[in-house]
Design a protein around this ligand. Structure first.
Ligand SMILES: Cc1ncc(COP(=O)(O)O)c(C=O)c1O
Ligand SMILES: N[C@@H](CCCC[NH3+])C(=O)O
Length: 416
């Protein structure tokens, strides 16, 4: 995270002291860098400059309205998976005709709304979904533009919980059935076939699964052509991994350059990408305060005020996320091996295992790379209000882009 650095013994994000943000807004607190988000988005966009393309940011990674608005202003399209995400992107100023709709369980109401606002494309994940979309489109006197999300049965070599392109995963239409389902789609009165789609998983750090999936898609596009089904766009999903620890990652430029080669023979076809994590993960951090330290039976705990309710990735996937002290460590500091744990009444509520730290009560810590699947997966478990979110703008400025929830927010809609 190149915008984080120590200066005069304190951690700064750009020229803003982390301790000042914590004091002003309280902890836990999410902080994002708008410059970083722009830089990552432009890295994709510039790599695709010479190609007919649309980058549909995956809203699930970070769905704050300000983040969506910033990306919409940069020309992004959006990949959504629910009506809630659709309403968010519209509220943030997105063009509906730059929105693609993924997800295995699209409801009637969601499909109606997406057709009414005129989204670019439904990424259809099953045959029954295709018929449902056709029926609703007929009733609304509309034509639904679709692509089929193909499950290419490729091992993404990532955590099993975030692998989506294997035949045993619930996502997409089996590669073997694809041609048949395309033929059926072609026969439907209110369906227009526009594209083909695949997304094989998240946090991919190797190029080969992307290339294997691309080869399978190319073979299918050729087969479709032979069957008089012409594809106008190819959506290659998201999934590009980021560096949390010391992973060797692929840059957007590398990925796009290699994939462009695979599809170069389809001169007029538009290429779509659905990146989420790589746009926002390393733009964000979570500030948390040590409430207590606890030393017993040979275990050392730094008990902090952020938990799995605020950031679930370590508990859910055993994900490793860097933890930095806000006070700059000195070589003379005595350290202990700590588990950094949250306030939640679950033993899995651990933000970081076995970290060499020197911490005291009331110290501040920062969890790095928390911009993706951080706040967007946060919950009110144990009735903790969700934290505020702050956006850093340039070197010195920042603004609150979401207030910390109040206790009234906690019981909104409930009655006695
Ligand atoms: C259909 C779809 N597109 C895009 C993404 C974004 O993935 P990532 O955040 O890994 O780029 C996901 C999440 O894995 C997804 O399920
Ligand atoms: N939420 C996951 C990624 C899931 C991607 C959604 N398909 C993570 O934090 O790594």
């Amino acid at each position: 995270m190149d915008f984080l650095h120590y200066q005069n013994g304190q951690l700064f994000a750009n020229q803003v002291a982390i301790s000042d943000l914590a004091e002003q807004y309280g902890t836990p607190l999410y902080v994002y860098s708008s410059d970083y988000i722009t830089k990552q988005f432009l890295a994709y966009q510039q790599a695709l400059n010479d190609t007919n393309h649309l980058i549909c940011y995956a809203v699930k990674a970070n769905s704050n309205l300000s983040v969506l608005n910033q990306l919409a202003n940069l020309g992004a399209g959006f990949d959504i998976v629910s009506q809630g995400e659709l309403e968010r992107v519209l509220k943030a100023g997105a063009d509906a005709n730059k929105v693609v709709f993924s997800g295995v369980a699209k409801s009637i109401v969601e499909i109606e709304r997406a057709l009414t606002v005129g989204i670019k494309c439904f990424n259809v994940e099953s045959e029954p979904e295709l018929y449902r979309i056709n029926d609703i489109a007929k009733r609304l006197n509309k034509v639904a533009t679709i692509s089929l999300r193909i499950n290419p049965d490729v091992d993404a070599k990532t955590h099993p919980y975030i692998s989506t392109g294997l035949r045993e995963n619930k996502f997409g239409i089996s590669y073997q059935l694809a041609l048949d389902v395309y033929r059926k789609a072609k026969s439907l009165s209110n369906i227009k076939i526009a594209g083909i789609d695949c997304h094989i998983g998240s946090q991919l750090t190797e190029l080969s699964p992307f290339l294997d999936a691309a080869d399978r898609i190319v073979a299918l596009v050729d087969e479709l052509k032979a069957n008089d089904i012409n594809i106008e766009h190819i959506d290659l999903g998201g999934g590009l991994g980021v560096c949390y620890n010391d992973e060797k990652t692929i840059s957007p430029l590398q990925l796009v350059t290699e994939l462009k080669k695979k599809f170069a023979k389809y001169a007029n076809v538009e290429l779509l990408f659905e990146p989420g994590r790589c746009i926002v993960a390393n733009a964000g951090l979570l500030i948390t305060k040590v409430e207590y330290t606890k030393h017993q039976d040979g275990n050392h705990f730094a008990i902090v005020d952020a938990g799995m309710n605020d950031l679930i990735r370590p508990a859910l996937y055993d994900a490793w996320m860097r933890v930095l002290p806000v006070k700059e460590p000195k070589s003379s500091d005595e350290t202990l091996i700590y588990n950094v744990v949250g306030p939640i009444c679950e033993s899995s509520d651990v933000l970081a295992h076995q970290r060499d730290l020197s911490v005291q009560q009331d110290d501040l810590l920062v969890v790095c790379s928390a911009g993706a699947y951080g706040f967007s997966m946060a919950s009110n478990y144990n009735s903790h209000p969700r934290p505020a979110e702050v956006m850093l703008i340039g070197e010195q400025q920042h603004k609150v882009i979401r207030q910390r929830e109040s206790f009234d927010d906690l019981w909104r809609g409930e009655s006695l």
